[in-house]
Design a protein around this ligand. Structure first.
Ligand SMILES: [Zn+2]
Length: 259
């Protein structure tokens, strides 16, 4: 997923890899990643500095850059939930980031002061501009330490950002397997004259770990398309019952949760 550096309501959005908005080479497109807890989007960038030109932001292909490289980072853009001038007063900082000083006022711990989100103003080409011009955003360095919207924080900053932020590119395979397997199972149900025991979906993987992961994935998702009507089981019992039930080859084409 790629977006232009415009306000969220006006930004250009595409799922195809492109470096600029079609017909507008002056407007860069940058990849998005999403908080795994709340879904807040972050623009994945590499920030470059120079003594002769203004700092600029470019697409970062290595989206899982953990390890404290101050060039890599993320841009937070939000009209409805902007980052406040006093995040302690606004209760937007994780509790582990601040303490109460001798004067009774909250203060950011010294080791986190240079990790706070930095307000930036950026033009459509990705260059920093004067305050008030272009897009207002907040830059945070990689690795990702906490979500600016939901405050979910990560005490092991050197862990992979993949576990904290999701991208459509990284999620592609499991999503594709869900769609393809669901389509195949649905197609098998409508095959007249085919022995029920012959209605099987067989997949191949090249290692044991992936086989185990895929088996769990199929248990979770591939049985759902059997139903074809709204499931009547309580939501908190659907997956558990579906996974625990042994299928009958002569079963009617309904999901194993409802049956
Ligand atoms: Zn979040």
């Amino acid at each position: 997923m790629y977006v232009s550096l415009d306000p969220p309501a006006d930004r250009y959005i595409t799922g195809k890899y492109q470096v600029s908005v079609p017909g507008r080479r002056d407007k860069v497109l940058l990849p998005l990643a999403f908080c795994r807890e709340c879904g807040q989007e972050y623009i994945v960038v590499a920030r470059s500095t120079s003594t002769t030109t203004a700092p600029s932001y470019a697409a970062r292909q290595d989206q899982d850059a953990g390890g404290g490289n101050d060039v890599n980072g993320y841009l937070y853009v939000s009209d409805d939930h902007p980052w406040p001038a006093d995040p302690i007063e606004a209760q937007r900082l994780p509790d582990s980031w601040w303490s109460v000083g001798d004067d009774g006022a909250g203060q950011v711990l010294s080791r986190f002061r240079d990790k706070l989100p930095q307000e930036k103003w950026i033009d459509a080409a990705g260059r920093e501009t004067a305050p008030g011009e272009g897009l207002r955003a907040w830059y945070v360095q990689a690795p990702f330490r906490f979500c600016l919207r939901c405050r979910t924080s990560y005490e092991e900053p050197r862990s992979k950002d993949f576990a904290k932020l999701a991208t459509f590119a990284a999620e592609g395979r499991s999503s594709a397997v869900t769609l393809v397997s669901g389509s195949v199972v649905h197609g098998l149900e409508s095959q007249h004259g085919l022995d029920p025991q012959a209605r099987k979906l067989l997949t191949f993987v090249d290692n044991r770990q992936d086989a185990s992961l895929q088996a769990g994935h199929f248990n979770d998702f591939a049985r759902w398309p059997r139903c074809g009507r709204p499931c009547t089981a309580p939501p908190n019992r659907r997956v558990r019952r579906a996974c625990a039930t042994t299928p009958s080859p002569n079963a009617s084409p309904r999901c194993w949760t409802c049956r």
